[in-house]
Design a protein around this ligand. Structure first.
Ligand code: DAH
Length: 339
């Protein structure tokens, strides 16, 4: 018995692990139900009286030493975690909040992906434009009201430089730099010097489309827009084209999609018509082709400009356009599930 007590004592003294799991297995091996020290105590109980006197004290001391050692090592192990590397791998991880895509981007990305699937590439142009790209090359007459100070933000009081009022300016840049056939869409931000309200803002987003080739017809335009509407709004979507006017297209039209008139909300959203205005479009005016060095006797084309915010407001039932640009996290977080 004496030797066994001494051998266990030596084990206790020699033990020096630093990891919490090793310390715990050591505790179990010594002090657990089937541990070595527990076994010695069980044996001790059945010893004759005088032997008990000899072994009682060393046994109790052994147990005390073992318990103290375990406690000290555990404490040291915990402090080690805190101080040695500054890392405590046992702590629960910090919750990292995931970002969300902006509703304007969600709609823009979807529009872009629909047109990419039918062979359109993506082009971009500058937000600060000169008069030629934003107006003149697009066949705006000299006295056209869109050139008026009221609609346009001019840059540094220079009437030749302004924030682009539409993405149609990118059409001009693409035609300048490419030979037909041209099939391109140009998403981007545009600016208008207008009063801000629930329905309109001084900046918003458009996706411009331009298709130029030999023998492009209005039927091509209509079929492409119907395809877009049915991909975006659903396979049963109906469209209608209303005659309209834009300087850069002839003939021009505006496209509505049928939204329905089932409840009060539909009434409000469609101003009682059931139709939702989605884009402007038309056949590229021969003057615009000429302005950009493309022979209108050989080529024809169509163009369209889709308003992104308008679609986003309807799709997500957002009551006020200003909510899109306030960057209130309570608003933006609602788009986490969308992609
Ligand atoms: N640029 C027009 C606007 O800002 C939209 C537009 C209409 C673009 C007809 C086009 C088009 O390309 O063909 O309201």
């Amino acid at each position: 018995m004496k030797e066994r007590i001494e051998s266990v004592l030596k084990q206790v003294e020699d033990f020096g692990s630093k990891t919490a799991s090793e310390i715990e297995s050591f505790r179990i091996e010594m002090l657990g139900k089937k541990g070595q020290i527990t076994a010695l105590f069980n044996e001790f109980r059945s010893l004759p009286g005088e032997q008990k006197r000899d072994f009682g004290k060393p046994l109790n001391e052994l147990k005390k030493k073992a318990s103290e050692k375990v406690l000290a090592l555990k404490e040291a192990a915990e402090q080690n975690l805190d101080h040695s590397s500054g890392l405590d791998l046992s702590r629960p991880a910090n919750f990292k909040s995931l970002g969300s895509r902006h509703p304007v981007n969600l709609v823009k990305n979807e529009i872009v992906s629909i047109f990419r699937r039918i062979g359109f590439n993506v082009s971009a142009g500058p937000e600060v434009e000169d008069d030629w790209h934003n107006f003149t090359a697009l066949n705006f007459p000299e006295e056209h009201p869109a050139r008026d100070m009221q609609d346009t933000f001019f840059v540094a009081r220079d009437p030749d430089w302004a924030l682009r009022t539409h993405t149609s300016s990118v059409q001009v840049r693409v035609m300048e730099n490419n030979e037909p056939p041209i099939r391109t869409i140009s998403p981007g931000r545009v600016f208008r010097n207008e009063a801000i309200s629930a329905r309109s803002h001084c900046f918003f987003h458009q996706v411009e489309g331009l298709y130029i080739d030999k023998k492009v017809s209005f039927a091509d335009l209509k079929q492409t827009l119907l395809f877009f509407a049915q991909e975006f709004f659903g396979p049963d979507t109906k469209i209608r084209l209303r005659p309209s006017y834009f300087p850069f297209t002839e003939p021009s039209a505006e496209m509505d999609v049928y939204w329905g008139l089932e409840n009060e909300r539909d009434y409000r959203m469609t101003k009682g018509t059931g139709w939702l205005e989605v884009l402007g479009c038309g056949m590229v005016d021969p003057n615009v082709l000429k302005n950009n060095g493309i022979d209108p006797e050989v080529y024809s084309g169509y163009a369209f400009g889709i308003g992104v915010e308008r679609i986003a407001l309807h799709r997500y039932q957002i009551p006020d356009i200003r909510m899109l640009f306030e960057n209130d996290l309570r608003f933006l977080e609602q788009f986490k599930a969308a992609y």
